[in-house]
Design a protein around this ligand. Sequence first.
Ligand code: IPM
Ligand code: MG
Length: 364
Amino acid sequence: MATYKIAVLPGDGIGQEVTPEARKVLQLVAKATGLGLEFETALIGGSAIDAAGTPLPPATLALCQGAHAILFGAVGGPKWDNLPQEQRPERGLLGIRKELDLFANLRPATCFPMLVDASPLKRSVVEGTDIMVIRELTGGLYFGEPRGREEFADGSARAVNTMAYSSREIERVARAAFDVAMKRRKRLASVDKANVLVVSQLWREVVTRVGKDYPQVQPEHVLVDNCAMALVHKATHFGTNVTEDTFGQLLSDEAAILAGSMGMLPSASLGGKGGRLGLFEPVHGTAPDIAGQGVANPIAAILSASMLLRYSLDRGPDGDRIDAAVLRVLEQGHRTRDIHSAGTKLVGTIEMGDLICREVEKSY
Ligand code: IPM
Ligand code: MG
């Protein structure tokens, strides 16, 4: 059987705590199935700045370029907040996305029945939520040109970012989104601001054209402000959403609340190498307020490992076992602090990882 190389980039804060749990689960799957997985760890983000003076050391980029998939933790933290924009930990992640051409970010937000009450939103809103937010990741406002800042002699300044897309960039993320929608409820909402932005008008035009190749999918166009409202009002209306980088950034964090806790949400960034290379990371960040205490929820990282098996290694059934194991552990009443409530059993990061491993092991 083939051997796959997995680059492991824990990064900063709780990334250091949850990533080993995800790796533990992958190692277990490898042992149970004979799948060859070779792990190599590298520095990224703030810890790379401290050790190597840059958020994305060349050795890390080279490792990622040679890997089949990347298991990522999180980057950033107050320690590096005062660095100039281009040297911040976040640049490490943005650099990998751009260098490896990971253009489609998939963020599922599913409300597990036993966690309905973990969401601060009403049961009637969150119950049944099962949304996939697909966000374009290498164009749009984050990367568009021109961008930068100029200082004037009178002491004033001007700064600019540009939301720019070529029809090719829109087309490839639209295709990725229609492909995903085909495997889910066949409903795709394309989110834009076409009543104001010309870039959104092009977006709308291209998505409409691509949609003609997917007659089974029901597409609709939704304005981003309206979508933000509808998400917390009638979330179950949505199946798969596709949108620009910044819009998706906002909507996917909003959708996280529908799923109870940020600690539950995995993500995949796909592209590169014929669409198969992927970076898999929990949606939550470094959570500096709880880092180092062993209380972080590893479920988002573990579900990201499941996405890694599914999307980069074509091992969907092994991913299903992980997803099912997570559900069983939750059904048994185990909870980390972020999703804990009266009557459930409080566990720490490592214990949650062990419980999930045990269930995965039993499933083989
Ligand atoms: C995300 C994160 C990143 C982003 C940061 C860490 C650069 O917030 O993936 O949602 O803004 O894209
Ligand atoms: Mg974000």
